[in-house]
Design a protein around this ligand. Structure first.
Ligand code: CA
Ligand code: CA
Length: 361
């Protein structure tokens, strides 16, 4: 059992996802604004506009993926600019330079699939709209990985289907616009660009410069696997003894989706360990106490803390702990352990506390 447990510790779990795309799965920045259930406008039809979206979770380049999107590059062909880039980069929340850089330039290490609608002669752009596979935040074509391949005018005021396929076993990246293959690359992106680190964030960046277009993207279908870091299990350490000794403990791995009682995957591993401890102690009682920070109304926080404590109890029941051993309560925002003035403090205050008590003899 112990050997199995140690073995599990070394596995990096990869979670298949959950492919119903939602805008809330993305972080929007710059001029990006939501324009529909699955659609985001990235730039205004204004000079020097830039916007980006980043998927909040990391994905693994060791697994195949397919992304289906719709793109709109605007209505102005002759005077429209600059285009958009589908970026893969190990660090989220970063945006490169606008204008000809389309929010991609400067991001290193990275790969970027650009749809470029403005000819910058000094970058080696062809005269037509074109697609290329770029690397390391450079929008010049002298050292790009593939392309530039000219495409039909895409600034035609209509949405176009864009599909991106990656097959790591064959090291093949293929891009289709409106069902036609427009770019194909074969190469070891994982090792040559990312030094073997498969965990990347992906996003769409876009910019305008002296000339502009309204540029937007809709997320139709995503099929990829997420990389989830295995947390250091707190109950694998001294906290387990403190719990067994009857102390109140908080488990910082127990996390919920923001404003919701839905447990995040990392929480489950910690709760599985908690379930194991309780299972070995029939008749002991576990108090589960939900707490929140002070953001929002006290009554909402009270309800949220109750729902979160109940979600934990329900999870433990599903793992075989009898209901009679579990007592869940919500305490709302009344018992902060840290200052609510800082984001770090609020994060710590959104917690679940546990206390285990022996049966009375
Ligand atoms: Ca350009
Ligand atoms: Ca054009």
């Amino acid at each position: 059992m112990r050997h199995l447990y140690l073995l599990l510790l070394f596995l990096t779990p990869v979670f298949a996802i959950a492919q119903r795309p939602a805008i809330s799965d993305f972080r929007l920045s710059g001029d990006a604004v939501k324009t529909g259930d699955r659609c985001i406008q990235l730039t205004f039809d204004q000079r020097w506009s830039s916007g980006s979206i980043w998927y909040k979770e990391a994905i693994s380049l060791k697994s195949p993926f397919t992304m289906e999107l719709k793109v709109m590059l605007g209505c102005k062909n002759r005077d429209g600019a600059d285009g958009m880039v589908f970026v893969f980069h190990p660090n989220d929340r970063r945006v490169g330079y606008a204008g000809e850089g389309m929010g991609f330039s400067g991001l290193r290490p990275s790969i970027g699939i650009e749809i470029d609608t403005w000819e910058n002669e000094h970058l080696g752009d062809p005269g037509q709209d074109h697609i290329a596979l770029l690397r390391d935040g450079s929008v010049a074509h002298y050292r790009n990985l593939e392309g530039p391949n000219p495409i039909r005018n895409i600034e035609d005021c209509t949405e176009h289907d864009l599909r991106i396929n990656w097959y790591p076993n064959r090291e093949q990246l293929t891009i289709y616009i409106d069902g036609r293959q427009v770019l194909f690359y074969q190469g070891d992106l994982l090792n040559e660009v990312f030094r073997g680190k498969d965990k990347v964030y992906w996003g769409v960046t876009s910019g305008t410069g002296q000339y502009s277009n309204r540029q937007s993207v809709c997320i139709e279908k995503l099929d990829f696997k997420l990389v989830e870091e295995r947390p250091n299990l707190e109950l694998a350490g001294p906290k387990a003894n403190r719990l067994i000794d009857g102390e109140f403990i908080s488990l910082s791995n127990i996390k919920f989706e923001s404003g919701s009682a839905k447990l995040l995957p990392a929480s489950q591993m910690e709760l599985d360990e908690l379930a194991r401890i309780i299972k070995a102690r029939p008749g002991w009682k576990l108090d589960i106490l939900g707490h929140t920070d002070n953001v929002g109304s006290a009554s909402n926080n009270q309800q949220l803390s109750e729902r979160r404590a109940r979600a934990v109890a329900k999870y433990l029941q599903e793992k075989g702990i009898p209901e009679a051993q579990l007592n869940s309560r919500g305490l709302g925002e009344r018992f902060p352990k840290h200052s609510n003035k800082s984001a770090a403090g609020r994060l710590k205050n959104r917690r679940v506390d546990f206390r285990l008590s022996k049966p009375i003899a």
